[in-house]
Structures are given as structure tokens and as C-alpha cells.
Design a protein around this ligand. Structure first.
Ligand code: GLC
Length: 547
């Protein structure tokens, strides 16, 4: 077993590593081209072998799949595409036997428009669930009540002929927004969450949790002073508004406290997805005090910007603003272009893959790895005819959506569909992915996969990296230089070259360092001179009292 039991150490989750599985694309065991729970169970040994602690499963609940499971029709059942509740129980049992914890994805903000709650709500203005969603009359000229926009394009309001009213949707038209001001809605979600906690889940990811509440007065948002390009790309007008009224409402704090109280009954943990105009502030607000979320991540490291200064600012500013809250750092997930492509100007290399893993695992905060990052997978090029993501279809060709990071995991280089399915995969296996499949990398000691296993195992022996303080040093771009310290132990120095050119620079701290050279990272230090090849990194140990 890799893990410390959650009961022995109440802060185990701060020292843990999260691994995100996107079930549709992990492993298909029944040949329908879509991954399933049995496939995940089958590969839990692989996940445990990486040395990670928590497995976050993207949604597998009953869904019409318009947003591929982020549109839920029944919060307490498994979609037949993925299996059934028995399959889920088997998955949890095996995970626990391997020392892994299971975190489910809770999409509370909205449901699918096929959910029974919405079917009832839209029937009339006076049925028992009439106030469960955000309904509003048109303005006198027939227009929607305000200027709120959907993240996925267009107005956030959709006309419904049954009630002769608009309903709100922050995402797809088919994802109506729930009205969290209604206490029954909150209770329904807490009940559904309890259902899974009682089934043995160890944690929850709170999807889109800044969207839970809307302004009751439905005030229009003002224009943004600075256009937001972290949550959405610059071809999306959503970034042109200051989102004062359609999300991040103060009432959410009390709801998150109710969630936390329930999670605490079970010793379960939470991570929030935060996309807001000031995401660091929101992460701090939602995680401090020990009575709301355990940790949160933003989109700030999921953008193409990858200067050392940007990464340093994110971590430093979060730490400055938060007292006892906790960050999780994600550099790839099912919503963003794969980091190997995004941070290499489209020229990914195995060295970059290792560099990113090492850097992510060295920052202060709980790292969250996305399936395939351990292989250094590049973004898949999915042609328009095969696109599935409605977000990409709407914004094509300037923004291609999220299919390129959601293509199937390559397991076997020479097998059809790289061993993902015996059928036709729902998204194509990317051509370049077969050559870097798990079986190929398994047998190559220098592969990103074996590097990831080594680094994660080593990190586990280094309290400096799991719970130490972090300080950054000025170094020439694109070098990120930092130190992690735990009282009474040697400090760990790390320098990461985030660029494709070699760099050499003077770092006074390095003069007293002993190289931590067991990991195979290409970089060196001679006295204070640190030399890093393209995408190289160097780690060293310095005595506790060294300045
Ligand atoms: C979150 C999910 C994303 C989904 C959206 C709407 O941002 O990560 O995949 O489309 O919420 O539920």
C-alpha cells in the first residue's frame, strides 16, 4: 500500500497526488468504443503503480452525454454506457485494496435538461419544483432579463414555451442552471452526495462550484476592465464581462460549509474547480478556515502562458492571500489543451514531459495529474468531421474545443486502437500516441512513464516537497528556481528550464548544494553555476541553515 491512512494523518490529502481518469477514454472492456468502469478497475494496478493516492473519476452518472457526462440526469445511478452500481462497488473495493482513494465528480450547478427535476420544473409556474431552476420573465421587448452569457457561447438564457419564460444556463442550453437559493435544491444535492459517501467514496470534486448561486436581482454584469483569457479563449466574448452577478455569489460560502460538514462525517475530502475573474482570491476564500473545501484549483496554469514569472506569481500570490487554505495545481485536464503541446509551442518532447511532471510535483500544493500526462501525450489533432465537443463545434476553427485532450489512452503500441478498445473508439486514437503507449514506455527506463514513477516514489520520501514552505528566486526566464523547506531538515533547491534552449545562470544557493542526482533529470551545477539543457531541471539539497 502506498498511502497513509486518512485516519492517521488528518492532512493526508495535502501530501497526496491526485490522478484524474476520464472514464470515456481510459479503457473500453465491452467493445462499444467508450471506456467503462470495468476498464478502470482493470487498470487500477497501473494507477497504483504510479504511486498516486487519489483517483478522481470524471462523471460516470446517468446522462444524455451532451456534455459527455457533465450533464447529469440521475445523480445516484451509473450510466449504462459505463456499467452499473455493482461495477462501481467493485471499482471502489479494488481501489481500496490497493490503497487508492476514489473521488467522484459532483456537478451540482446544473443538471441535464432530461433530469426529472427539470421536466417537472418547466411544466408550469406553480408545480412543486417550479422554483428549482433559474426562471425569469422576458423584458417588455421580449429580450432575456439581462446580459449574462454562457461559457459555451451566446446568451445564458433560453426561451421555454411551456412556462413562457427564460431559463438560465451557464454552459449548454441543455444544462439548465439550478436555483441554489432554494433550500430544497441544496438538500437534494447533499442527499445525493451522502448516497455516494455511504457507498465508500473518499472524496468529491466540486465541478464549476463558483456557479452555484446567481444574483437574485438578476443584475447585468458590467464590462471587464481586463479581458479574462484564462477561463475562456480570446475568441469567446464571455471573457469581456466582469462576472459580478452570474457567479461567485457570497451565499455559496454557507453551502460549501454544509458540504464540508457532511464530508467530515465520513472523513472525505473535496477539491473545487474555480473559474472566476480573480481565481486565486476565490481559491483562498473557498479553502481557508478548514470549514469549506479542502483544496481548489483554477485554470491559471491551464493556459498557454508558461513563463517562469507566471507560474511563480500564481503560487506566490495564492500563498500570500491564503492563511490555512490549500491549492491544487493542475497543468492539464479534460478541459485544456495537453500541456506537452501547450507549453512547447506545438513541439512536444519527452524532456518537456519529464520537466513538467517534476515541476508540478515540486510546487507547494496537491498535484493533480491528468491521465496520459505520465506518458507525455501531446494534444491530438481531431478533424472537424470527428469533433464531439459542442463547445469546440461552436467556436471552430479558432478554438477547437476539448476533444484533443480527451482521446483514448494508448496502452499497447502495436494493438488495434492502441489497445483501448476492440471496437471503434468514440474519438480517434491520436496517430503519435501509439508510439508512446504504456507498453513501450514500460520497457524504456528513460521514458516519461518510468521517470514519473521514480519521481513520485522519491517525492514520497521528501517531506520538504509534500509539506515544506516554498520560496522562489530570481532567475533568468524561462527558469523557475525555488526552494522547499521543512524545519530541521535540509532544504531542496530546484531549477526548471521551461524553454527549448539551454540556459546557464548563477545561483548563489547552489554553491552549497549536493546534487540530488538519482532521478535522471538532465541538469548540473558547478559551484553556483547551474546549467540546464533544453527543458532540463536540476535538484539539489542544501543544509538546513544555509542562507
Ligand atoms: C466544468 C467541467 C467541464 C464541463 C463544465 C460544465 O468546467 O470541467 O468539462 O463542461 O464544468 O459542467
Amino acid at each position: 500500500m502506498n498511502q497513509t491512512s486518512k485516519n492517521d494523518n488528518p492532512n493526508w490529502w495535502r501530501e497526496a497526488i491526485i490522478y484524474q481518469v476520464y472514464p470515456r477514454s481510459f479503457l473500453d472492456t465491452n467493445g462499444d468504443g467508450v471506456g467503462d468502469l470495468a476498464g478502470i478497475t482493470d487498470r487500477l494496478d497501473y494507477i497504483a503503480g504510479l504511486g498516486v493516492d487519489i483517483v478522481w473519476l470524471s462523471p460516470f452518472f446517468k446522462s444524455p452525454m451532451k456534455d459527455f457526462g457533465y450533464d447529469i440526469e440521475d445523480y445516484c445511478d451509473v450510466d449504462p454506457l459505463f456499467g452499473n452500481l455493482g461495477d462501481f462497488d467493485r471499482l471502489v473495493a479494488k481501489a481500496h485494496s490497493l490503497g487508492l482513494k476514489i473521488m467522484i465528480d459532483q456537478v451540482m450547478s446544473h443538471t441535464a435538461d432530461t433530469h426529472a427535476w427539470f421536466n417537472e420544473s418547466r411544466k408550469s409556474r406553480d408545480n412543486p419544483k417550479s422554483d428549482w431552476y433559474v426562471w425569469a420573465d422576458p423584458l417588455p421587448d421580449g429580450c432575456p432579463p439581462n446580459n449574462w452569457l454562457s461559457v459555451f457561447g451566446g446568451s445564458a438564457w433560453q426561451w421555454d414555451t411551456r412556462r413562457k419564460q427564460y431559463y438560465m444556463h451557464n454552459f449548454l442550453v441543455s444544462q439548465p442552471q439550478l436555483n441554489f437559493h432554494n433550500p430544497e435544491v441544496q438538500q437534494a444535492h447533499l442527499d445525493a452526495q451522502r448516497f455516494w459517501l455511504e457507498r465508500g467514496v473518499d472524496g468529491v470534486r466540486m465541478d464549476a462550484c463558483v456557479f452555484h448561486f446567481h444574483d437574485r436581482q438578476l443584475r447585468s454584469n458590467p464590462p471587464a476592465l481586463v479581458r479574462d483569457t484564462s477561463t475562456v479563449t480570446d475568441v469567446n466574448p464571455y471573457g469581456m464581462q466582469a462576472h459580478l452577478y452570474d457567479k461567485t455569489q457570497p451565499e455559496n460560502i454557507a453551502f460549501l460549509q454544509r458540504v464540508r460538514a457532511q464530508l467530515d462525517e465520513f472523513g472525505a475530502v473535496s477539491i473545487g474547480e474555480v473559474s472566476s475573474d480573480d481565481a486565486l482570491e476565490q481559491m483562498a476564500e473557498y479553502t481557508e478556515g478548514g470549514d469549506k473545501l479542502h483544496m481548489a484549483y483554477s485554470f491559471n496554469l491551464l493556459t498557454p502562458v508558461h513563463t517562469a514569472a507566471h507560474i511563480r506569481t500564481q503560487v506566490e500570490e495564492f500563498n500570500e492571500r491564503v492563511k490555512d487554505g490549500w491549492a491544487s495545481w493542475s497543468v492539464s485536464n479534460h478541459d485544456a489543451i495537453r500541456v506537452a503541446t501547450r507549453w512547447s509551442d506545438g513541439k512536444p518532447t519527452p524532456a518537456l514531459a519529464k520537466l513538467v511532471l517534476a515541476m508540478q510535483l515540486t510546487l507547494k500544493g496537491t498535484p493533480c495529474l491528468y491521465q496520459g500526462e505520465e506518458l507525455g501525450l501531446e494534444e491530438a489533432d481531431v478533424p472537424f468531421e470527428l469533433l464531439q465537443d459542442p463547445y469546440g463545434i461552436t467556436f471552430w476553427p479558432e478554438f477547437k474545443g476539448r476533444d484533443g485532450c480527451r482521446t483514448p489512452m494508448p496502452w499497447q503500441a502495436s494493438a488495434p486502437q492502441a489497445g483501448f478498445t476492440s471496437g471503434q473508439p468514440w474519438l480517434p486514437v491520436a496517430g503519435p500516441h501509439a508510439a508512446v503507449a504504456v507498453d513501450r514506455q514500460d520497457s524504456d527506463p528513460d521514458s516519461p512513464l518510468n521517470f514519473a514513477r521514480r519521481f513520485i516514489a522519491w517525492r514520497r520520501t521528501m517531506p520538504q516537497l509534500t509539506r515544506g514552505e516554498i520560496v522562489f528566486f530570481d532567475a533568468p526566464e524561462p527558469v523557475l528556481a525555488l526552494r522547499r523547506d521543512v524545519d530541521g531538515m535540509d532544504g531542496v533547491l530546484a531549477a526548471f528550464n521551461l524553454g527549448p534552449e539551454p540556459v546557464s545562470f548563477d545561483w548563489a544557493e547552489a554553491a552549497q548544494a549536493r546534487a540530488l542526482d538519482t532521478l535522471g533529470l538532465p541538469g548540473s551545477a558547478a559551484a553556483s553555476r547551474v546549467t540546464l539543457p533544453p527543458y532540463g531541471a536540476w535538484l539539489g539539497s542544501v543544509p538546513a541553515n544555509a542562507e
